[in-house]
Design a protein around this ligand. Structure first.
Ligand SMILES: [Zn+2]
Ligand SMILES: [Zn+2]
Length: 667
């Protein structure tokens, strides 16, 4: 199970704060400097959260002036002054009473007291600090903020910074709260690092999957008719989807998986059992009500009865009719409430699936299982639906409908280590196929003090599985970090981070051990001793979802996909349009087509340079250029996208090479 929830700016625990890296401290410190600068220009601004985030920091503020990019130079100018002043970030511990007074006077998140303009968000944040936890301020120059730190020593430690964007965000991410302005920026120890980062951002912009996706005609999002966050795969994008599925199916077949298919929805009971309801309800689409025939009749009866009772209650309360059976209005109201409860529980509530696991668990349960059937590896490219707030949707990267490279491996504790190792090897195999050289696994374990609270109370299983996972990681020499207290509720997990060719980081996949949910579903197998036992379950999705993974690949390859993946693999171009030449070219197209190559022909009279230009623009992987002399010699001149001419070779050799490159999925 993967939790796609967006991290909201929750209060950091003291542990989290201690773990903040030097760079995160520097960036968070820069958020204070940003606030200082804004207050110099707009003293009324009210500040809320100002954390360090991936790639930088932000600060949320309320201000009647709408800040735009045009304001950035002015703000940055003030920030530079504050950094030049080299103020100390001075920490002071305060009493709650004093802090409340300071917030009321507008002093917190301000340069001075601001009568009539209380620091309302800081006041609210104060109330969230648990009783007994220290309350502290950090002050740089005139600016005082309610903050637990940590910070760098002085404002002058901020070597280089840049404001990047401004967006809007609800206070605490809740649309019922006021909408604030969120200013993003980034900061580094020195100028060189900042410049490198800026360069990478520009390259990332050039490779933006939304831009390339539109140019190449890979997918469309039709907000009006289909809905936001639900990509339509156009024919060329569908090629990518199906090539990835083919890769996954072949790989999984060789690794002993079997394939299953499941519906897109299931009854409420499924998700109550899995535990998605009620805890995960916010990330699911609202339920569909569906009554079977007999239930519909019963509901009509109950609704009519309820209408009668409402009338009765009203007349009793108005004292116009004597009450039958000596019932009071209150008693009748009570009966109405009971009826309403019954009506609301009637029939079936169906949910679109947010995950495939529960369906797979029911497939496990569909037949009696013995230890001889294990490990059972059920694989499916499952289509899931998750409710993401519209403001969080982002191209293919954050969507509402997603197709997941999912599988669940049911095994005995003895089989666990080898199964887990095989899963890891599959990840590595894929990394090789896609030329991902930099990756890291993040191994999240439990905290023994939180057994039964944050983590399912199975101390032995935790220890066993964590030891095994750790051993597998060490043995395979994979670069990994271990983080305590971040496992899933039901078992340790591994998040896989990869870096694209331009050094951008993505979390593409999760690999999890689950020893709690199979029990909730009552899954059993007969062991050698003929006793019913609960299997362990491994959730794995090395290629993540099509949406996210293809979004990542578009950036990684800048749309220049390797031959096996390219939507248009080959285009045959003629130098001129005389008939014998066109016939020769058509023969090549037909031969490739018969071998399932995605090939087009351009036999027009246009100049060859223009034809090549068209094919380059369309990011066709291989261009086969044929002229009169090629035809006479039975040759083909090969040109590769972005690489230019690689010379003429005999036709059979060229075709054999193309087929081999596709078959071997060469990079
Ligand atoms: Zn701070
Ligand atoms: Zn799962």
């Amino acid at each position: 199970m993967q939790n796609p929830a967006v991290p909201q700016p929750e209060r950091k625990t003291l542990d989290d704060r201690e773990r903040m890296s030097e760079l995160e401290r520097l960036r968070h410190s820069c958020a204070h400097v940003l606030a200082t600068a804004i207050l110099r220009i707009w003293p009324d601004a009210q500040f809320a959260y100002g954390p360090a985030v991936e790639n930088g920091f932000y600060y949320d503020l309320e201000l009647s002036h709408r800040i735009s990019q045009e304001d950035f130079p002015r703000i940055e100018e003030e920030m530079k002054k504050e950094i030049k002043a080299n103020h100390v970030f001075e920490k002071r511990t305060m009493t709650r009473e004093q802090a409340i007074l300071d917030a009321q006077s507008g002093r917190l998140g301000g340069l001075a007291e601001r009568p009539g303009n209380a620091s309302k968000f800081k006041l609210d944040l104060l109330n969230q600090i648990p009783e007994g936890e220290a309350i502290s301020y950090f002050q740089n120059g005139d600016f005082i903020d309610l903050c637990a730190g940590p910070h760098v020593m002085r404002t002058g430690n901020i070597g280089a910074f840049k404001l990047t964007t401004v967006a809007s965000a609800y206070y605490k991410g809740d649309e019922k709260n006021p909408q604030l302005q969120r200013i993003y920026g980034t900061a580094f120890k020195n100028k060189t690092q900042l410049e490198e980062w800026v360069k990478m951002q520009e390259e990332a912009k050039r490779r933006d999957h939304r831009k390339i996706g539109a140019e190449m005609g890979l997918y469309a999002i039709d907000t009006e008719f289909v809905g936001p966050g639900m990509p339509l795969w156009l024919p060329k994008g569908t090629v990518l989807v199906e090539e990835l599925e083919r890769l996954a199916k072949e790989t999984e077949f060789q690794a002993g998986y079997v394939r299953v298919r499941t519906p897109h929805l299931a009854k409420e009971k499924m998700y109550r059992t899995s535990g998605h309801l009620p805890y995960y309800a916010e990330s699911m689409f609202p339920p569909m009500e569906m009554l079977e025939e007999d239930e519909r009749k019963r509901r009509t009866q109950l609704t009519e009865k309820r209408a009668d009772l409402i009338q009765l209650a009203e007349s009793i309360e108005r004292a116009v009719s004597p009450n039958p059976n000596g019932m009071t209005g209150e008693q009748v109201r009570h009966d109405i409430a009971k009826l309403e409860a019954e009506i609301s529980l009637m029939g079936g509530r169906y949910y679109l699936k947010a995950m495939n696991c529960p369906h797979h668990h029911r497939i496990f349960a569909a037949e009696p299982r013995s230890y001889r059937d294990l490990p059972l590896r059920l694989a499916e490219y499952g289509c899931c639906y998750r409710y993401e707030q519209s403001g969080e949707l982002f191209g293919l990267m954050r969507v509402r409908s997603l197709n997941m490279n999912d599988a669940h491996i049911y095994c005995t504790p003895e089989q666990f280590a080898s199964e887990f190792r095989a899963v890891n090897e599959m990840y590595l195999k894929y990394f090789k196929v896609f030329g991902l050289e930099k990756y890291q696994m993040r191994f999240s374990t439990h905290d023994p003090l939180k057994l039964g609270l944050k983590f399912v109370d199975e101390p032995e299983l935790w220890k066993q599985t964590e030891d095994m996972v750790r051993q597998v990681l060490v043995d395979s020499g994979i670069d990994f970090v271990e983080v305590a207290n971040e496992a899933a509720f039901y078992g340790p997990k591994i998040d896989v981070q990869v870096w694209s060719i331009i050094g951008r980081e993505f979390t593409i996949a999760t690999n999890q051990v689950d020893f709690a949910v199979p029990k909730r579903f009552g899954l059993l197998y007969r062991d050698r001793d003929n006793l019913g036992k609960t299997p362990l379950c491994i959730h794995r999705a090395p290629l993540g979802t099509h949406e996210r993974f293809i979004g990542f690949l578009i950036e990684h390859y800048a749309g220049n996909f390797p031959l096996w993946l390219a939507p248009e693999q080959v285009r045959v171009l003629t130098v001129g349009d005389d008939e014998p030449l066109a016939t020769y070219a058509r023969g090549i197209v037909d031969e490739l087509h018969a071998n399932f190559v995605r090939v087009e022909g351009d036999y027009s009279a246009n100049k060859i340079n223009g034809k090549v230009q068209d094919a380059e623009t369309a990011k066709v992987h291989t261009m086969l250029v044929v002229g009169g002399r090629d035809r006479e010699a039975g040759h083909i001149s090969v040109r590769l996208h972005g690489k230019g001419n690689v010379g003429a070779k005999p036709r059979p050799e060229v075709i054999a090479d193309i087929l081999a490159s596709i078959r071997e999925r060469r990079a």
